[in-house]
Structures are given as structure tokens and as C-alpha cells.
Design a protein around this ligand. Structure first.
Ligand code: SF4
Ligand code: SF4
Length: 257
């Protein structure tokens, strides 16, 4: 899975980032400030939705209804979600304000990581993941000409990407499992896939399901894990990912790493 923040423009190239790092800086003084927050194909991953809906004090259902559209995923067996751009000629991001991003603290992974792209793949025959980094260079983005140097570690630290990367890596494993068409003959959009959609994208509804079905009783969760799940949506999402893998795959080989 790669994090994608794709402006609808063909004038770009990308290259692998080595140990030497890269030069880049984005700030209100660049001539292109806010140019990248329009006409975007901006994918939202499950943890992005948790962060945004909490930052906006919305329920996940309301967030999905107001700000997302369903799109084709990377495979035919589970949909992706994209941020709905404003329905006008500029197609601005709905979170773009006069001074910049209105949801900066909770902005999605793709906005945090841009212009870096992070791709994760599982080492064949093992549980290890390898990570590759690329830098995207759109002609409209003047941040590449700025005199500020980053290593990947420094970039990820400054952009507070560690939680996002962790959650997106778990999501990548779940989505890879969905790509095996695990819907047990129901096909896509059947009850099982709808349940999975709720777990991955509608965390408040899943919290209701978790409580109504007393899922903790059947999961062997200890008290401290249960308390974390009760308190934090991100913990519930992690639990939900593992619950889906176990329920759909029914085997321990699907444990998240
Ligand atoms: S420097 Fe690049 S990322 Fe920053 S505002 Fe300009 S186009 Fe966007
Ligand atoms: S969420 Fe913020 S940073 Fe991302 S496209 Fe929208 S305004 Fe720009």
C-alpha cells in the first residue's frame, strides 16, 4: 500500500529517497501555498477517518456522509474512500481555509507525508514488512527549491507520522487479506463485507456493535486492553482489524504483525 495524495496533474516524477534524504520545506511564504489542496484524489484510510471525525467532533456516520465518497479500491473486493472535494469549479478541499489547513492537527496521512510516498510490502514467506520511500516532484510545488534538508526519520518525526504509519501498516495487512475475496460466497456488498466496512470506516457504529454483542467476552481480552478499547477509537480499530481477520479467516496465520 502506498499513501496517495494525487493532484489531478500529469507533470510529476518521483524517485527513490536514499540515506542522503531530500530538500524540502512547505510554509505560508512559498508562492504555491495551498495550491496542492485542490482537485485532489485524496484517499482516506481507516485511521485518517478516526482522527478527522474526532478532530471535527463529528460522529463517524456524519463524517462519512458529509466528507467522503466511495471509490474503487486497489482490488475488486473492498472499496476505498476518498475525501469529497467541494463541488465547484475550483474543487477545493473542504478543509482549506484562508490561513491554510483547518484540520492541520488531524490532517490525513497523505497530506502529512506529501511529497514523500511510503510503500510497504511484506517479505515473501515471512511476517516482516519492508518500507520504501519515494519523493514526488510536481512542477507546481515549489517546496523542493527551499533550503531545508530532511532525512526520512526527521521528516516522519516532524510530521508526527508514527501513529499513522503504524495504523496504516495494520490496515495494509487487512486490505491485503480482503484482496483474497474472503466473503465466503456472499460476494461483494453482502452482509460480511458490510460488517467489515463498518469496522474499518465507521468506528462509532462498530463501538455500538462491540458493546451490543459484548465482543470482549469472546475475545480473551485482558482488563487493561478492554479499558484501552473503551477509551480510544484507535485501540478499538486495532481490535476490529484483528477481529475481522480471525472471524473471516478463522485462523491464527492471519494475526497482524
Ligand atoms: S510547497 Fe508544495 S506542499 Fe507546500 S503548499 Fe506548495 S504545493 Fe503544497
Ligand atoms: S486536509 Fe488540509 S492539507 Fe490536506 S488537502 Fe485538505 S486543506 Fe490541504
Amino acid at each position: 500500500m502506498t499513501t496517495k495524495h494525487v493532484r489531478q496533474s500529469a507533470d510529476f516524477g518521483n524517485k527513490s529517497i536514499g540515506k542522503d534524504g531530500f530538500d524540502f520545506s512547505c510554509h505560508p511564504g512559498v508562492s504555491c501555498f495551498k495550491d496542492c489542496c485542490r482537485k485532489l484524489d485524496l484517499y482516506l484510510y481507516p485511521y485518517d477517518i478516526v482522527r478527522l471525525k474526532n478532530g471535527l467532533s463529528l460522529s463517524s456516520s456524519d463524517f462519512l456522509y458529509k466528507y467522503t465518497r466511495v471509490s474503487e479500491g486497489s482490488h475488486p473486493y473492498f472499496p476505498s474512500l476518498m475525501l469529497l472535494m467541494n463541488d465547484d469549479s475550483e474543487h477545493l478541499c473542504p478543509f482549506l481555509g484562508e490561513e491554510g489547513c483547518l484540520v492541520y492537527k488531524d490532517r490525513p496521512s497523505s497530506c502529512r507525508t506529501y511529497p514523500v510516498e511510503r510503500a510497504v510490502e511484506r517479505v515473501p514467506g515471512s511476517r516482516s514488512l519492508t518500507t520504501h520511500y519515494f519523493i514526488t516532484n510536481h512542477a507546481y510545488c515549489k517546496g523542493h527549491a527551499e533550503d531545508k534538508h530532511y532525512t526520512i526519520r526527521k521528516w516522519e518525526s516532524e510530521q508526527q507520522l508514527f501513529d499513522f504509519n503504524l495504523m496504516n501498516d495494520l490496515w495494509a495487512q487487512v486490505d491485503a487479506f480482503f484482496a483474497t475475496n474472503p466473503w465466503q460466497g456472499e460476494g461483494t456488498a453482502g452482509p460480511l463485507q458490510q460488517l467489515a466496512f463498518m469496522v474499518c470506516y465507521n468506528i462509532d457504529e462498530f463501538r455500538g456493535y462491540y458493546n451490543d454483542h459484548k465482543l470482549w467476552k469472546h475475545s480473551g481480552l485482558d482488563k487493561s486492553s478492554r479499558r484501552l478499547i473503551e477509551r480510544y477509537d484507535a485501540e478499538l480499530l486495532k481490535y476490529g482489524f484483528q477481529w475481522l481477520l480471525t472471524m473471516l479467516g478463522g485462523q491464527d496465520s492471519n494475526r497482524l504483525v
